[in-house]
Ligand binder design. Structure first.
Ligand code: PGA
Length: 255
């Protein structure tokens, strides 16, 4: 089964407009001649979106946002909405990254609202799921993943779900240098696909599921060749154009 492949860079709270412009330009250079069948998207901080969009214009590098509010507009100081992203020419938005869950009170219910808002406006939500170390140690990984998926996708039609990207990001692997083993990653991705089959039927076969958590050039190839891993969501190593490109080269031979 051939599925879309994605290489996504989550810049988190790094790179203000000036530095983001420089990284955007460096990415254009670094990915010159890169295989066409892997979609590339950078997710800079909101204030740097315009600078990066300008820096990567006329290139194949897409720009996305790290979060949205579910309302179209309103008295929501500090927030940005899905229609604003569309207006700015964006196509992708991260939803419920574990740092949002951990530090900003994101729940499965608010994730559900954000996914619905993104889809309503034609954006592609990259829904992040993943267990903490305590949950993994308690053998709770599958239960947590299933709860996060069912919660965030409640009320969605199969047509809606077919437009999603899912990112499996074990919390214990994010920013820790401790990457999931290939067995752990494959097992979690296969479980996510199984859960999606029960939620949405055959769309599960074409749904891209990317892995995130300490992806680097030296572990990318092992992860990218797994049958249920369709790409990567990269944090730290996406802040350097050459190391992000080196991860891209881990996708192996072009189909
Ligand atoms: P990391 O972050 O690659 O720095 O571990 C991944 C993420 O949080 O998306």
């Amino acid at each position: 089964m051939s599925r879309r492949k994605l290489l996504l860079g989550n810049w988190k709270m790094f790179k203000g407009p000036t530095a983001a412009d420089a990284l955007g330009r460096a990415l254009v250079g670094a990915f010159d001649g890169f295989r066409q069948d892997v979609e590339l998207v950078a997710f800079p901080p909101a204030i740097s979106i315009a600078a990066v969009s300008q820096a990567v214009r006329n290139s194949r590098i897409g720009v996305g946002a790290q979060n949205i509010h579910w309302l179209d507009e309103g008295a929501m100081t500090g927030e940005i909405s899905a229609p604003f992203l569309v207006d700015a020419g964006l196509k992708h938005v991260l939803v419920a990254h574990s740092e949002r869950r951990q530090h900003f009170a994101e729940t499965d219910e608010t994730a559900n609202r954000r996914v619905k808002a993104a889809l309503k406006h034609g954006l592609i939500p990259v829904l992040c799921v993943g267990e903490t170390l305590a949950e993994r140690d308690a053998n709770d990984t599958e239960r947590v993943l299933e709860r996060q998926l069912r919660g965030a996708l409640a009320g969605l039609s199969e047509a809606d779900m077919s437009r999603l990207v899912i990112a499996y990001e074990p919390v214990w692997a994010i920013g820790t240098g401790r990457v999931a083993t290939t067995d752990q990653a494959q097992a979690a991705h296969a479980f996510i696909r199984l859960t999606m089959r029960s939620l949405g039927g055959s769309l599960a076969d074409t749904l891209p599921i990317v892995y995130g958590g300490s992806v680097k050039a030296d572990n990318a190839a092992g992860l990218m060749q797994l049958p249920d891993v369709d790409g990567a969501l990269v944090g730290g190593a996406s802040l350097d154009a050459a190391s992000f490109r080196a991860i891209g080269d881990g996708f192996g031979a072009a189909a």
